[in-house]
Design a protein around this ligand. Sequence first.
Ligand code: HEM
Length: 134
Amino acid sequence: MTSSNPIERSFEIAAERCEDLTPLVYRRLHDEHPETRTMFRTEGGDLVKGSMLALTIDAILDFAGARTGHFRMIECEVSSHGANGTPRELFVAFFGIIAATLRDLAGADWSDEIDAAWKKLIGEVEGIAAATEQ
Ligand code: HEM
């Protein structure tokens, strides 16, 4: 089944081409924001990273789709991450990192519609982050 929701579609395309986004996303995050290399604990850090990405994707799909409530995690995590030393700009950057990873995997299949949907979503996340206390 091909999703008509462009954000969902972008994840479907990536899933056809890549079994696990985790290494790709964190390589990009650590390259673009080297300070994040030491932010995750050395022991068990990979589990935390995998889980953080899975929960973020869950929130993104809910935010872009049914809005049953998982998307509210975005707001909660902005403040808890602030307390843990992740400024809101960096927090928001994680969404752009995920989008860029999907775009690379999609190549020519990254449509204008998908691009516009991601830009809108990231803008909205910026709005949530800006309105949330850290
Ligand atoms: C570049 C941006 C981000 C950085 C540097 C970051 C950093 C971290 C770190 C260091 C931890 C581990 C804390 C620990 O060891 O207990 C963590 C956990 C977590 N992060 Fe992030 N975070 C970022 C963005 C996000 C975003 C955007 C979300 C979701 C919207 C998110 C959701 C979570 C969750 C749910 C956990 C707990 C995972 C678990 O242990 O199951 N993070 N984050």
